[in-house]
Design a protein around this ligand. Structure first.
Ligand SMILES: C[S@@+](CC[C@H](N)C(=O)[O-])C[C@H]1O[C@@H](n2cnc3c(N)ncnc32)[C@H](O)[C@@H]1O
Length: 270
């Protein structure tokens, strides 16, 4: 089958968006093309139109396509050397006011990242009603996050002081109820749905790598608006914001961006 034309791509994206509410124009095209080619080979299709019809009419094929897109690889305390700094920002800055924190784990996959956050909060500030909003586009991953069981490589490199929150079971590492009490789960599409406000911390790691630059920039701006002054954004080890100042962020360390506090904004202006 010849490679699809620009018009065929556009048609596929438009029709997919109308049934599944996902705009592929915002995802990097090479990954999508690879997925399309795999599906064509698997189903022995002859034309690009056959592929479009299959994905639109056959729910299973559509979910397979989306499943490939939602690469769910995750693990607790992923890049532990960066989490050391997150722990410091939480302890020395965010918890200083003595108030419960409002945190968003955006693109949380099966929950390893959100449970890492919960264990830091529970160690440094137990008995406070912190709230961790866990969101992802993938409903199956969210269900696993809700169940609170981590499998295989999702559960490795847990720092010693946090191991008490995870118990080994025949199914995997079960998360303790002490962590689950902080969590709320919501299916959410970062490209289309509305964002909350007043977050002390937003953690969005290894999600935006799938998106085109314009989509990333827009999401970083929306994260900025969703943070309270003084709040932090923590991103993945292979990600960066190219023009943080243009958005309004300060960058206290690589992978960490802070919305200036009201006090700092005032000092900068005077
Ligand atoms: C590689 S995982 C990252 C998991 C976790 N943040 C980490 O770093 O370990 C990427 C996640 O992004 C989610 N994702 C992809 N597109 C999304 C979108 N438009 N909105 C929300 N989540 C999305 C996928 O479902 C997947 O769970």
């Amino acid at each position: 089958m010849p490679p699809p034309s620009e018009k065929q791509f556009c048609d596929f994206y438009r029709r997919f968006n109308s049934v599944a509410g996902i705009d592929f124009n915002q995802y990097k095209q090479d990954q999508l093309t690879r997925r399309m080619v795999m599906l064509v080979e698997q189903r022995k299709l002859k034309t690009f139109e056959e592929l479009t019809d299959l994905v639109l009419k056959d729910r299973e094929a559509r979910e397979w396509f989306l499943d490939r897109l939602a690469i769910n690889v995750t693990e607790v305390f992923r890049n532990p050397e960066h989490w050391v700094f997150l722990e410091q920002f939480i302890k020395d800055d965010l918890l200083k006011a003595g108030k419960p924190l409002k945190v968003w784990s955006a693109g949380c996959s099966t929950g390893a990242e959100a449970y890492s956050l919960a264990s830091i909060l529970d160690v440094h500030s137990p008995r406070k009603p912190h709230r961790i909003v866990c969101t992802d586009i993938d409903a199956a991953a969210m269900q696993q996050a809700k169940d609170g069981v981590l499998f295989g490589t999702e559960f490795r490199d847990v720092p010693k002081e946090y191991q008490k929150y995870f118990s080994r079971t025949p199914r995997g590492a079960a998360v303790s109820d002490e962590l689950k009490k902080y969590m709320t789960f919501q299916r959410h599409n970062l490209l289309a749905d509305s964002y909350g406000t007043g977050y002390d911390l937003i953690v969005c790691r290894n999600v935006l790598i799938y998106f085109v630059e314009e989509a990333k920039e827009q999401i970083f701006r929306r994260f900025f608006d969703a943070l309270r002054p003084g709040g932090y954004l923590f991103i993945g080890g292979s990600e960066r914001i190219f023009n943080p100042k243009g958005i309004g962020f300060e960058c206290p360390r690589p992978y960490f961006y802070q919305k200036p506090s009201e006090e700092k904004k005032w000092l900068n202006a005077s």
